[in-house]
Design a protein around this ligand. Sequence first.
Ligand SMILES: NC(=O)c1ccc[n+]([C@@H]2O[C@H](COP(=O)([O-])OP(=O)(O)OC[C@H]3O[C@@H](n4cnc5c(N)ncnc54)[C@H](O)[C@@H]3O)[C@@H](O)[C@H]2O)c1
Length: 245
Amino acid sequence: MTTQENNAPTGPVALVTGGARGIGAAIAARLAHDGYRLVIADLHAPEDAIVGRHVVCDISNESDVAALITDIRSREGQLDALVCNAGINVRKSVEELSLADWSRVLATNLTSCFLLARSAAALLRAQKKGRQGAIVTIASTRAHMSEPDTEAYAASKGGLVALTHALAVSLGPDIRVNCINPGWIHTKGTPPRPEDHADHPAGRVGTAEDVAALAAFLLGPECGFITGAEFTVDGGMTRKMKYLE
Ligand SMILES: NC(=O)c1ccc[n+]([C@@H]2O[C@H](COP(=O)([O-])OP(=O)(O)OC[C@H]3O[C@@H](n4cnc5c(N)ncnc54)[C@H](O)[C@@H]3O)[C@@H](O)[C@H]2O)c1
């Protein structure tokens, strides 16, 4: 593991996986703005200015996760919030999807969250200074609906929704666990077209900050009665019925 740091000396501590870019970077920036000290675990160093402490590691690897949590215990000395955000997609027809592809997607998107929750539970539980520990998992609307050739991704995100409620029941009342299902969140690549925005009942495609705002709320002290729940941030797309004329 390598590390780079830019953190205030005090404040609650949040671990965000996959925070070097995209939705994870926006969640990290939002939490830093809200006064958290950040630990960001990613395969890569950050693309932009450093928020918090960056640790380069593979969260699908059991020993990397164990070392990451040991490192937080010794350096920050506490953990208040865990955001399981890192994820990958391999888009291939089911006939072409190898077992190695399937296993890599499941390991990154689902098994990593089990490894992180298992390793971090004791630290999150110890956080009793007037607040509960909190975990937010980032699944997808693809847990519930699909395009062709997305079997591994859909299965991993469906599993993550189920893992979220199982963890909420097992780790409560000391730790709350909730899930966010983003829809189309534009973070990179070709910008959405006007018709893509117009297709959404909310009138636009989502931003990483839309997800970050909900994650900040779910981790915070105002939602102490919310656990095991699943929240959709998709501009209404999964509520929109479409029939061909
Ligand atoms: N962008 C969307 O429209 C959208 C929609 C629904 C769900 N999601 C989910 O939101 C999360 C973030 O999506 P994004 O669009 O910001 O993705 P992204 O590809 O821009 O960023 C993902 C980050 O995770 C890191 N990462 C990948 N594998 C890792 C590993 N094994 N260990 C450590 N870090 C690893 C990458 O290096 C990268 O920095 C993912 O779980 C994704 O499935 C995204």
